[in-house]
Design a protein around this ligand. Sequence first.
Ligand code: B12
Length: 248
Amino acid sequence: MDVNLENIRPYGDTMGDGAVQLSFTLPLPHSSVAVQAAKQMVLNMGFRDAEVVHSVSIGDQFTFFVVYGKTDLFVDASIIVPVEVQTTVWPRARCNEEITRHFNRKLVVVGACIGEDAHTVGIDAIMNMKGYAGHYGLERYSMFDSHNMGAQVEPHVLLQKAVDVGADAILVSQVVTQKDIHLANFTKMVELVEAQGLREKVVLVAGGPRIDNGVAMELGYDAGFGRGSFAEDVASFIIQDLIKRELT
Ligand code: B12
């Protein structure tokens, strides 16, 4: 199938029809007025052919909607530069072999979800023994010595732990992004690592559902991992980055 990368539109029924599905809640009781308001909302957003396909009361004063609409906008995908981490992802056994071969010792990793952020599940997915979605975490890797500090860890506490255990890599998680608090916290962490004189030595990795590699690198991290990342992605990156550092 030929696709014109310069003119990519959402696809629903027929190619290029611009069909999208939106879901949102309005602070109105479920009624015909609410349904019409939802349709009008989508037209006001600039879509055409708005159609409310689902509406349900989610409380006295609130209605949830699913609305179809069509857009004439397009995106030029030919000029978009990939931002994902450029690493060959190795399975766990290969990661362990490569660490033994190149370093002949365990690699030490420290991780936490920093600041006020209480979301542990993301950092656990990467670090804990049981991992996530069938992908074991770093604790399961015999050649990683992993220290997961959990959530609500102050950046200076994470740094001190990294110093105490002689970390090769620091993993920093941020899930809450309200008022861009994640950017402030990520930046604080980089600044502390730099002030400690560790920036060249330590692999600094950011992660979270609203993080991608591009954002992480702009913030001064070596890599960033978003939704759908697994321990093997992170392990492979750490190993390959440390090998590269040894060679330069
Ligand atoms: C579970 C949950 C909670 C639990 C957390 C329990 C726990 N122990 O973690 C509880 C109930 C405590 C909670 C609290 C709050 N939550 Co909450 N929570 C969620 C929820 C439903 C799921 C998050 C989750 O576990 N995802 C599963 C994991 C596996 O996914 P992940 O975090 O994206 O991690 C993956 C990647 O991002 C990446 N990754 C993540 N971190 C790292 C780190 C590294 C180093 C690497 C390499 C990769 C990596 O790898 C992981 C695996 O692929 C989300 C909504 C949602 N569906 O996402 C809201 C959500 C994150 N919460 C939200 C909010 C607002 C809150 C509260 C502020 C609510 C409140 N008003 O009190 C509080 C925050 C309190 C605080 N101080 O932080 C918002 C955040 C909005 C925003 N943009 O900031 C969300 C999106 C809900 C929403 N739609 O509004 N929450």
